[in-house]
Design a protein. Structure first.
Length: 343
């Protein structure tokens, strides 16, 4: 059943020659734009440091600065760590709001599960608009292949990663980047490029995220490039209504996580993000894990029922009831998967 469903999408196969470089350059050139090289060094300054949640955690505001071709750039992020002095695995979460916790971010529960939490508010990097501000002003602009805002947010997450690697409270080998919706697209593109992340979580990321573009009856390339052209490089707009001709599809973005861990979560009523295509994308990407002798998605021959997570393989997946939201239910599943695989 899954085989015929997948065949109906007519996907380009994953490249066999030099797959990582081939897929990265395709997606950079055609979708997200080319990111600049990492800065030679970053500087981190602790702006505040206080007990949180009655003292069981410690919350620090850390400002990261680095040189760019224009002016030096800096941004803050918040680091919440259990206060027991041990090294903890972490989530690097890119968020729609600066507040901790907030409706998408059950921070205390995350701490209680033994995870540290690095929080980046996305608009501290550049606005979510066509305005070329913040980090966008620091690098030369290229209309066709220059990075869009998803690329900029992803780049900032990698700078958070630079800092996390230096913190004794963090287990630097177990850092999972996570985000919801447009920020789920960002988390995937970040981990695709930055192999220091041991795992990525995409929650309801949909079009230009986890979901295949071919056969997508929710958001199409035309919709996204019309409303949000600035998330992408200029070249992406050329694929509006031409999905069938694209030399790539979103399973390649997921495949770039191999042989590391990936988790995709969908919401049943989120037709715009197209759960079936998010799931099929995981099935198609599994070839990349197979090529490494590993199991990608471990699934029966149909889409799972609500709240019946697929946690066995290197790709975790669940679908839950209700709509577009980063729910506590999703977080609990993501943490259950991480606990199970110690990733
Ligand atoms: C819009 C957009 C989606 C995006 C979502 C979000 O619905 O079309 O692509 O994922 O916003 O970020 O909430």
């Amino acid at each position: 059943m899954l085989k015929s469903l997948l065949e109906s999408r007519h996907l380009p196969p994953l490249p066999e020659e030099n797959p990582r470089q081939t897929m990265l350059s395709l997606l950079a050139r055609e979708v997200y734009g080319v990111s600049p090289a990492a800065p030679d060094a970053i500087h981190a300054h602790i702006e505040s440091d206080e007990p949180a949640f009655g003292g069981k955690a410690r919350l620090r505001r850390i400002r990261i600065s680095f040189d760019t071709p224009a002016i030096p750039f800096s941004f803050p992020y918040m680091l919440l760590t259990p206060a027991d002095g041990r090294a903890h695995p972490a989530f690097a979460a890119i968020n729609f709001e600066p507040a901790i916790p907030h409706k998408y971010l059950p921070a205390e529960e995350i701490i209680d599960h033994g995870y540290a939490l690095a929080c980046l508010y996305y608009q501290d990097i550049t606005s979510d608009s066509g305005e070329w501000d913040g980090l966008a002003m620091c690098y030369p602009r290229n209309e066709n292949t220059g990075w869009g805002k998803i690329g900029m947010w992803a780049f900032a997450l990698s700078r958070v990663m630079d800092d996390l690697q230096t913190r004794p409270e963090i287990d630097g080998k177990r850092i999972c980047v996570t985000g919801h919706s447009r920020l789920g697209k960002t988390a995937l593109w970040c981990a695709a490029q930055d192999e220091r992340f041991s795992m990525a979580v995409s929650n309801d990321s949909g079009c230009a995220g986890a979901a295949l573009a071919r056969g997508n009856t929710g958001e199409r390339v035309r919709n996204i490039v019309t409303r949000f052209p600035y998330w992408f490089c200029g070249n992406y707009a050329a694929w509006a209504d031409r999905e069938a001709e694209m030399p790539f599809d979103q399973h390649m973005l997921l495949a770039l996580l191999a042989p590391r861990r990936l988790y995709v979560s969908s919401a049943r009523e989120d037709a715009w993000a197209h759960p079936e295509n998010e799931f099929l994308s995981c099935v198609a990407a599994s070839d990349a894990w197979r090529a490494c002798g590993l199991e990608g998605l471990s699934t029966p021959d149909s889409m799972p029922q609500d709240l019946s997570p697929l946690h066995r393989g290197h790709i975790g997946y669940h679908i839950r009831p209700f709509g577009h939201f980063f729910s506590r239910t999703d977080w609990l599943m993501h943490m259950a998967y991480r606990d199970m695989h110690r990733v």
